[in-house]
Structures are given as structure tokens and as C-alpha cells.
Design a protein around this ligand. Structure first.
Ligand code: PXP
Length: 240
């Protein structure tokens, strides 16, 4: 089975800092602590409204992370210019709405394809791997491959919010298989916790999980290093 990377999204360390518009807690220090605890990568979302991550955070993460840095962003000219300048290892393109509390669904790859295709080409030319955050829907996955993305990140939100419904998990399994058959790498994330991660971690085609909110939540009680190690332990047990 492919190794499964645990990439920690440190956005909500910045959420706590921004609540007081001060300089603590520092998301860059959190990222370095996650790496020291065994994280395989760091993820951060620079939103248009800068509600958590600030430009200076992203600049620091791009330089100081020792593991691959995954910049989550909307497909806009402003963000593309930032990515081309900072050259993170990976960009994950996500839909973004100002009023949402968090990313609410996958990209509408059909509607947005006029923008996505040249954006993916630009990022590739800058040496950046591009993943598209998408719902596990066959037509959307097919379109993602057609657009030239190297990877998709399957949106696990529906699965996470409907723990007793088998259909969202079945859709993730089928979607992962379809994506690999189309030559895409498969990532997954959103709403994953130590309580629900195991069935997703057990999907053999998935190579990377992006997990944020629950790590910061657990960190309040155990510290961030222990939170990363606990997530890693549950993922590894599911992968065996
Ligand atoms: N993947 C993507 C594309 C996201 O937008 C988010 C949320 O920022 C995550 C993963 C992580 O989700 P969570 O914070 O619920 O673990």
C-alpha cells in the first residue's frame, strides 16, 4: 500500500491569534512543532479576506517549512501571483465564498474550467504541483484529470457530517479508484478527526490527508505534538 502522508493545516492557530489581533499563537511556530512531531507536510489557506492566515505567515511558511508546504487558495489572479512568487511545493485550489465559515464544498470544475486550466498550467510552469479540492463525483473527477491537475483532494465533509450513512464513504472509495485510473494522485480532507479518520485512511489509493481543526482543538488539551502523534497513530492502525 502507498504511504499515507499526514499534512497539518495550521489555519486555526492563526484564527486564535487574529481573535486578539496580536502575535500569539504563531502559526509558523505551530507548523515547525508539527513537523518535529512527525507531520509529513504543512497546509495553510490564504483567504481573500485574510481572516486567519496573513501574507507574512505564508511567506514564512514557504521559507521555513522543512516538509512540503501546501498552499490552499482560490483560483484568482492575486493568489496565482503569490504562489508563483513563493513557489510552495503544492497548491490546492479551493472554492471560496466570503460568507462561509469554512470551505463548504468542492470546486465546480465545469463552471470554473476557463480559469482552472490556465491556472494549473501557470502553476506547473512554476514547478508547483496542483491539486483540485473536489467532491467525490465521477464527472467532476474525470474533468479534473482533463484540466491537467496532478492530484485531487477529495472533500470528506459529507462523510464527516453523516457518520451513519455508508454512501459518502462508498463515494470516496469509488472516487479514489477512478482518480488513480485517470492518472491522478489522491488526497482527502475536511472534517476528519481521530474518531472518523480510520475508514478514510484505509482507502489504499489515498496518499495524503489534510487535517486542521481537530488538531488545533486537541492541542488545547494535549499540546500540538501529542495531537499530531495521536492522529498519526490512528491513521497507521487503519492502514495496516
Ligand atoms: N482540505 C481543504 C481543502 C480545506 O479547505 C480544509 C479546511 O480548511 C481542510 C482540508 C481541513 O479541514 P479541517 O480543518 O476540517 O480538518
Amino acid at each position: 500500500m502507498l504511504p499515507l502522508r499526514l499534512c497539518i493545516n495550521v489555519d486555526h492557530v492563526a484564527t486564535v491569534r487574529q481573535a486578539r489581533q496580536t502575535d500569539e499563537p504563531d502559526p509558523v511556530a505551530a507548523a515547525l512543532a508539527c513537523e518535529a512531531a512527525g507531520a509529513d507536510g504543512i497546509t495553510a489557506h490564504l483567504r481573500e479576506d485574510r481572516r486567519h492566515m496573513q501574507d507574512a505567515d505564508i511567506e514564512q511558511l514557504a521559507v521555513r517549512c522543512r516538509t512540503p508546504f501546501n498552499l490552499e487558495m482560490a483560483c484568482t489572479e492575486e493568489m496565482l501571483l503569490i504562489a508563483e512568487r513563493l513557489r510552495p511545493a503544492q497548491v490546492t485550489l479551493v472554492p471560496e465564498k466570503r460568507a462561509e465559515v469554512t470551505t463548504e464544498g468542492g470546486l465546480d470544475v465545469t463552471k470554473a474550467s476557463d480559469m482552472l486550466q490556465p491556472a494549473i498550467a501557470r502553476l506547473s510552469a512554476a514547478g508547483i504541483r496542483t491539486a483540485l479540492f473536489v467532491d467525490p463525483v465521477p464527472m467532476i473527477i474525470e474533468r479534473s484529470a482533463w484540466l491537467g491537475a496532478q492530484a485531487i483532494e477529495l472533500h470528506t465533509g459529507t462523510y464527516a457530517h453523516h457518520p451513519h450513512d455508508q454512501r459518502p464513504l462508498a463515494a470516496l472509495r469509488t472516487g479514489a479508484r477512478q482518480a488513480v485510473a485517470l492518472g491522478l494522485k489522491v488526497h482527502a480532507g475536511h472534517g476528519l478527526t481521530v474518531r472518523n479518520v480510520a475508514p478514510v485512511a484505509a482507502i489504499p489509493e489515498i496518499e495524503e490527508l489534510n487535517i486542521g481543526h481537530t488538531i488545533v482543538s486537541m492541542a488545547m488539551f494535549t499540546g500540538i505534538a501529542q495531537a499530531v502523534r495521536e492522529m498519526r497513530r490512528v491513521m497507521d492502525a487503519a492502514r495496516r
